[in-house]
Ligand binder design. Sequence first.
Ligand SMILES: Nc1ncnc2c1ncn2[C@@H]1O[C@H](COP(=O)(O)OP(=O)(O)OP(=O)(O)O)[C@@H](O)[C@H]1O
Length: 961
Amino acid sequence: MPMKHIEHVISVIDYLEGHLSDKTDLDAVAEALHYSKYHLHRIFTDAVGITIHEYIVRRRLTEAAKLLVFSDRPILDIALAAGYKSQQAFTDIFTAMYKQPPNRYREAERFYPLQLKFNLEGDYKMLEDQGGAAWDITFASEEDIPCWMELVRLVVAGYPHLDEKEYMQALKESIRRQEALILKDGSTAAGIMLFSARNGSIDFMGTHPLYRKAGVPGALLNKVMHELLKGREISITTYRDGDRADTGQRRELKELGFAEGELLEEFGYPTQRFILANPVPYPDEMIHLDEMNKKLDAALAQADGDVSRIDREYRDAKRYMAEYRGELDPHEMFQNELLLRQTDHTGAFAAGIRDRLEKLKDSPYFARIDFGGRSESPETFYIGRFTFRHDNEILVYDWRAPVSGMFYDYEPGPAGYDTPSGRIEGELTRKRQFKIRNGTMEYALESSSHIQDDILQKELSHTSDERMKSIITTIQKEQNKIIRSGHAGTMVIQGVAGSGKTSVALHRIAFLLYRFRDRLTAENVAILSPNKVFADYISGVIPELAEEPVYELSFAEIAEMHLERVIHFEPERNPSETEDVNLAERILYKSAPEFVSLMDRYIAELPYTAFAPAAYTYGRFSVSGEWIQKRFLAYKSHPLRKRLPLVAKDIFHRFESDNLMGDDLPKLQAVVKALTAMLTGKSPLALYKGFYRKTGHPELFVMPKKNTLEWTDVYPFLYLYAAYEGLTQSRITKHLVIDEMQDYAPIQYAVLNMLFPCPKTILGDFGQSLNPYHAYTLDDLLALYEGAQFAELNKSYRSTYEIMTFAKSIRNIAALEPVARHGEAPEVIRCRDGQDELLRIRKAMDEYNRNVNASLGIILKTDKSAKALFDALSPEYGLQLVSPDSSRFHNGITVTSVKMSKGLEFDEVIIPHANRETYFSEHDRNLLYIACTRAMHRLTLFYTGECSGLLSGSSCSVKED
Ligand SMILES: Nc1ncnc2c1ncn2[C@@H]1O[C@H](COP(=O)(O)OP(=O)(O)OP(=O)(O)O)[C@@H](O)[C@H]1O
């Protein structure tokens, strides 16, 4: 986090502390400090780990607890001072957090804080040089106590019942026994840990919130696991499941690899033990990683040196040229220019190597396989994000290298892989998987199919990211087959919701860029995505896989490029938003496969119907109408208007060969003008209108404004425009990826095929069709791409088993197989009325904030209803509305429509208005299914009145009040 943001957060905290007893919310803070609400919400949550709202609640309760113990003020007074409207409301929240009601807490006379004032002063140097020097975790000494306690106060939320005095005593004792570890950044404690060598337990672990993402907890854990409690099982206690006081400690421990243990009660507080089995049982792997780190350091130092040297050379050459510009002869100048360009190129290359090495330093590899040919002893291959070669030896193989394919395809036993020179068969004798972060090993596992599952489970149980991430460590066999398919032509992938289609398509691109690196670069690949938010969401994957970002574009952008000076058009309307039956009829007609055939027929007749040649005469020269017509037809591969100059040239040549007397001949331009006058279809628009007259459906062409097409006409018009004026093909694009294939009509594919005659990866799910009026099927699409390779993905990875089973009850896709990852059953909740529904959504948002999940999606049927709910919900939550005008997706709470949520995912999803009036048709079934399958871990549906009949098949009970 940049220092500027930290300073903003400090000023927010100061403001909040000064206004604890006022009515303060995100709005008030944003207004007082002149920040945008969204910015505030994000940076605050990032830095402090909880939302502003949650911070205020915790701070007020802490102050109230203090008053309960140290003053005689009546509880009602204290409740009101803490901002609660009634003693009951205060008692409820106090009890939920402190596990006893205020009066009992007062009697016990033991104050402990839920949240102390958050102090973020510090210089945080280590945060700036991320990935730099290794962290120095040391035993704490008495001098460290002040900064240690500063950190304890920051993380106190994770430790119920912490009494500073008792804690300090225990700390001194641990320091004496060398059981207190500290990681310092200057005078700031970034991470602290108390452990007990005797019990094999971690008694306290705290990470400065700003360093959480830098992997500090993992580093501390490593130190105890591999050095201090080597080989032993480690335990730690924390909140029980569902405790409202938990600000994310349970999830954090699970992410570190801890598993749930028995339920306990400590100092009267209900807690649970978590256990970590020794995660790296292979000492040889620790030695290997150590050596690898050293080699990476050496390579990085050399790469740094190279970059600086080339940079110096470049600057020297530039200076030399500037100084001697007047004195150098052109030849020498040219040589110098060349040299400069070459140095620049070499510099960029060296910087690329350095950047890769830096990334490798964080995590050099994630797998190892030992493989030997039939009669050879096995060789060891480490597999990582990209190749690391050092001293002429390959130490890490790129995951896309042929040999790496075995990691995804085989368990120990007979195995093999394809190379350009043929297949190599042999025996896989070992397969291990690793999680390395910040250069330290978090776990290592010897793989069997069972373990592979465990790792997949771990990956899938993470909270969502703002951007789609790479899945190279857990690519599944059926996915690998598609990614590594040697088929160079077009590929169509039909995959159920959450089956990894988009991920697989992006990994396939990275694979193709690697495999065909001599002829395919990132600039040769384009991705056609449904909207800007989705484009942004997926934009990180390919760069994460060490390739340059690829070009992303939308259907609207393509149309814009080609129609810029020709005609305007309106953006696509969400078909679920309109009740215009005429529009529905127009869409239905134009999205049918037969529509393309109709247009083809009309276009095939145009040379006869749109051009009426007559004799052309100039002085004593003349050609007949028939002759012109013949020439016009001869140029059949050219668009109509492009034929005119060609025919004009023919006429001119004919006159020229007849011109024995040396007479004046017409100017070529004049002949073209005369031929143009013979066109009866004067413009593509006139011809396009003519198409509807000709097919007997003039009512199916409607222009919303003068010279403006509605969206349904844009691609049909482009198709005709191509026949009349011609369209420029993309020569640079050598591979096109089309996502959400089911949402585009055959006529759009027809235009795409003209503009991009290259191989394509086309993917989507015909079970998630958005347009109720589209009338074509997967078979129709496959018919358009004869010879294309077809692949299906039926296993769904995104959502828990419970969520997918629920989604299947809405739309029974027989082939869909949910991954066996379990979670809470989805809830369908009946609300008394609209007000009650809003209240419940708010409550759910509060709960989400407490759970510190990364994202909550509130998904509505239409963009309009999403906007209405967004406006109605209190702004204190820092919501974002994702609408067709948005271009980015952030973590946090998002309100959006089903259409805009396509392709995205959220930790939790709320679907409001799940009633009979909103979701009733077969198309609504699709929409509900899409909305439900956006949820990774949790799903809740709310409704008023009568529940949607589409949910009647769900096994999940409706929750009444
Ligand atoms: N092999 C895998 N290992 C880990 N995570 C995976 C794997 N395959 C898919 N996922 C995860 O499953 C989720 C869904 O993937 P993705 O968005 O690519 O699926 P999709 O088929 O395009 O989904 P949809 O059509 O529903 O939008 C993502 O979070 C992705 O990271």
